[in-house]
Design a protein around this ligand. Structure first.
Ligand code: ZN
Length: 258
């Protein structure tokens, strides 16, 4: 059974938001293998009040928060690699070297499914976009050799979902997201979504994992209690490889059909 998953992201908590529900759903499957790659440790990120981190310690604290998030979720990665790129500066580093480093790990692991960022980077963040491009290039380099690499997924949010979040935020008297602004979530056309994983049965575990990212508490605070649960209850992706026509009914699991 094809159940090897590799997730390639930029910062601690990108993984929690994007795929922890999927991991929780496969947690007890003995054939499931989960490999996680972080390009940076998020050392330039926000520091929530009371989180105990300083500008000097933030990177180390966030690595530890990320480890604890997987413990809280109840399924830790089988392999977790930190590539040590500067937070906010991945795009300024040699791109081919980044592709080589991701490809070296993926070549050892031969994952069936790779999840990374697409061209929108979810939030337009240059680190996200660069890591997604590099992981996609690594996938393309390795995919034609057989064994694994059956599917490449780009994390994405339906445009209509962001519109629904915004209606809720406005109703609560809060500032809505602006998808044209850097670091604000942006969506793809609804019919581009090729995988939609219903994580509602594990949403408590996903929320517990997210709350371990204490230095990033602001990300959770922008939602009300029901809103964050609803937002976490679905993990959606564009199927980047093999090419997948728009409008087909979404698969219910990242491994479906493999
Ligand atoms: Zn990020």
């Amino acid at each position: 059974m094809a159940r090897r998953l590799a997730v390639v992201v930029a910062h601690p908590d990108d993984d929690t938001f994007g795929c922890s529900g999927t991991v929780a759903l496969h947690a007890v499957d003995p054939s499931f293998r989960f490999v996680l790659i972080h390009a940076t440790n998020g050392a330039a990120g926000q520091i929530a009040e009371g989180s105990g981190a300083s500008r000097e310690t933030l990177g180390v604290v966030r690595e530890e928060e990320d480890r604890r998030s997987w413990v809280a979720l109840g399924r830790e990665p089988d392999r977790h690699e930190w590539l040590g790129y500067p937070d906010g500066g991945v795009a300024d580093e040699p791109f081919d070297r980044l592709v080589d480093r991701i490809a070296a790990i993926l070549d050892e692991e031969r994952p069936d499914v790779v999840i990374t960022f697409g061209p929108d980077g979810i939030t337009g963040h240059a680190d996200h976009i660069t890591v997604g491009r590099a992981a996609t290039a690594a996938f393309d380099r390795l995919a034609d050799r057989g064994d694994g690499f059956a599917r490449l997924l780009h994390q994405a949010i339906r445009r209509s979902e962001i519109e629904a979040w915004n209606e809720r935020l406005v109703a609560d008297g809060k500032e809505p997201f602006d998808p044209t602004e850097l670091y604000q979530p942006r969506g793809v056309a609804d019919d581009m979504i090729g995988v939609e994983v219903d994580c509602s049965s594990v949403v408590d575990r996903k929320l517990a994992a997210l709350l371990e990212h204490r230095t990033q508490a602001g990300d959770v605070d922008s939602f009300d209690d029901d809103g964050i649960r609803e937002a976490l209850a679905r993990e959606t992706h564009v199927i980047a490889r093999p090419q997948h026509g728009a409008g087909a009914p979404p698969l219910a699991d990242v491994f479906e059909g493999l």
